[in-house]
Write a protein that binds this ligand. Structure first.
Ligand code: IMP
Length: 197
């Protein structure tokens, strides 16, 4: 099989490596930097799917390449799905995880319904067609931080079936159950099958 290149609309090298490791070696992933795209792609949509589409479409239209993009949010039941698409900027525009967690803990103070889910949406533009993939990880918001690993809301999110937070399990373990891991697996399965046909 000849090598296929695919752009992942991200500058997060860790995310890129994680997906590259899950793909057969016949796929070569390129980052935005690899294609000399240094423009900021504004995430102006009010939905995760919308932002994933917006980023993938920007790259495909501007550079004429196959591309995928992702967007993730933490959706809390008691807050009617918030912070959702605004997860990174929940407290303010600084994208500060500590402030975001403190705001969420304050908004859930004394609330017993702490059900929440992380949801990742991936949009793939491939040879003129568009495909969407989704990964969900259900769990609950703890009343205080637990653990040091991970990033974002990991210390206050406990996945269902575990008695540890995302910040207390290894990255490998998290990948097998996480929203992003599940969405990426769907993408990888699709790509593998698509090119095998
Ligand atoms: P992004 O779309 O992957 O950049 O995620 C948006 C925001 O959601 C991040 O800035 C984090 O605050 C939060 N987030 C996404 N994925 C995770 C995760 O796996 N654990 C904790 N927080 C996350």
């Amino acid at each position: 099989m000849t090598q296929k290149t695919l752009v992942f609309a991200t500058n997060n090298i860790n995310k890129l490596k994680e997906v590259q490791q899950m793909l057969p070696s016949s796929f070569k992933l390129l980052s935005l930097e690899d294609i000399n795209c240094f423009n900021e792609i504004k995430e102006t949509s009010t939905t995760l799917e919308g932002n994933a589409k917006l980023k993938a479409n920007y790259i495909t239209n501007k550079f004429g390449v196959n591309c995928f993009a992702d967007d993730t949010g933490l959706e809390v039941d008691f807050l009617n799905g918030k912070p959702g698409v605004f997860s990174a900027r929940y407290a303010d525009e600084t994208n500060n995880s500590e402030k975001n967690m403190q705001k969420l803990l304050a908004n859930l103070k004394g609330i017993t319904n702490r059900n929440a889910q992380f949801r990742t949406s991936i949009c793939l533009n491939l040879e003129g067609n568009q495909y969407l993939f989704e990964g969900i990880c259900k769990g609950e918001i703890l009343t205080q931080k637990q653990g040091e690993k991970g990033f974002g809301y990991d210390p206050i999110f406990k996945p269902n079936g575990y008695n540890k937070s995302f910040a207390e399990i290894t990255a490998e373990e998290k990948n097998t159950i996480s929203h992003r891991g599940l969405a990426i697996k769907k993408l990888v399965d699709f790509l593998t099958e698509y090119y095998l046909k």
